[in-house]
Design a protein around this ligand. Structure first.
Ligand SMILES: [Zn+2]
Ligand SMILES: [Zn+2]
Length: 273
């Protein structure tokens, strides 16, 4: 008989109707409470002129207001944190405004100045690869952007590390098992997970939405996290209340069995305070 999965107690990658989610902050908080979570971190998308889903100033102000009101409403029952998923091409937010930042590369500046969305549609991936002059250059550019983002920005969590694989199931656009690919991805991961400068998330979003059968980052990259004794946080990247806990228990158990140190958002905030 399979071992009982531990109850999941937290999620720190949560979207709402204020960006591209389908549930309100209140619906997300209620779902977290009903699931028995101890904490919930909201991470709405930062405003980025290159995409259409980030929170412009009015939405951002409403987001902050609603999340902070929920924090009071649930005080003593569910710890609520005000985070932001900061795109690498967004401006930095006001210092101290958010409890934590997730750093993500959703948009990639192409060689001729065009910005390519990483996770919007397979046709964009195909066109971006052509613009970069081939899959190898595209892969290199994505991980270089990730590397530079983590080096330059004060983010606590690295979001969906290998997001560029979202539409690459079956090796449709590039070979994730090639030595070249693995070398590039592994080097960036290793450099930044050392000494917990930033905590990499295990993100179940693409599994939930049916794109991939594994989380970000892919399982082979977990070996580097284990070697570096890195902390990880398991997040659902939920866009609806129904998916708030998607595969969190399974991936947490898998990570722990593999020998990874799984932490919660509280531990990350307390460590970096
Ligand atoms: Zn994201
Ligand atoms: Zn997200």
């Amino acid at each position: 008989m399979a071992a009982e999965l531990e109850a999941v107690c937290s999620n720190a990658h949560t979207h709402t109707t204020l960006c591209d989610g389908s549930s309100t902050p209140a619906e997300m908080a209620q779902a977290a409470w009903q699931l028995g979570f101890k904490s919930l971190g909201f991470s709405g998308h930062s405003f980025c002129p290159a995409d259409g889903y980030g929170m412009a100033p009015v939405a951002l102000a409403q987001y902050c207001r609603e999340v902070l009101a929920l924090r009071e409403e649930y005080r003593g029952r569910l710890a609520i944190y005000l985070g932001l998923e900061l795109d690498s091409l967004s401006e930095l937010p006001e210092p101290g405004k958010f409890d934590y930042l997730i750093g993500s590369v959703h948009n990639l500046l192409g060689p001729t100045g065009r910005v390519w969305p990483i996770d919007a549609a397979p046709a964009d991936t195909q066109a971006a690869i052509a613009d970069f002059g081939g899959a190898q250059a595209y892969v290199q550019a994505y991980f270089t952007a990730f590397d530079e983002m983590l080096a330059a920005r004060p983010v606590q969590i690295a979001g969906h590390f290998d997001l560029l694989c979202k539409y690459n199931a079956g090796g449709r656009f590039f070979d994730e098992s090639s030595v070249e690919y693995k070398k590039i991805a592994a080097a960036v991961l290793r450099r930044h997970c050392r000494n917990n400068k930033v905590v990499f998330e295990i993100n179940t979003g693409a599994m939930c939405r049916g794109y991939l059968q594994r989380p970000y980052p892919d399982y082979w990259l977990w070996e580097i996290l284990r070697q570096e004794k890195a902390w990880v946080i398991v997040n659902s990247d939920a866009h609806s209340a129904a998916n708030l806990a998607y595969q969190l228990a399974e991936q947490t158990a898998r990570a722990k069995n593999f020998g990874l140190r799984v932490v919660t958002i509280e531990e990350i905030i307390n460590q970096t305070r």
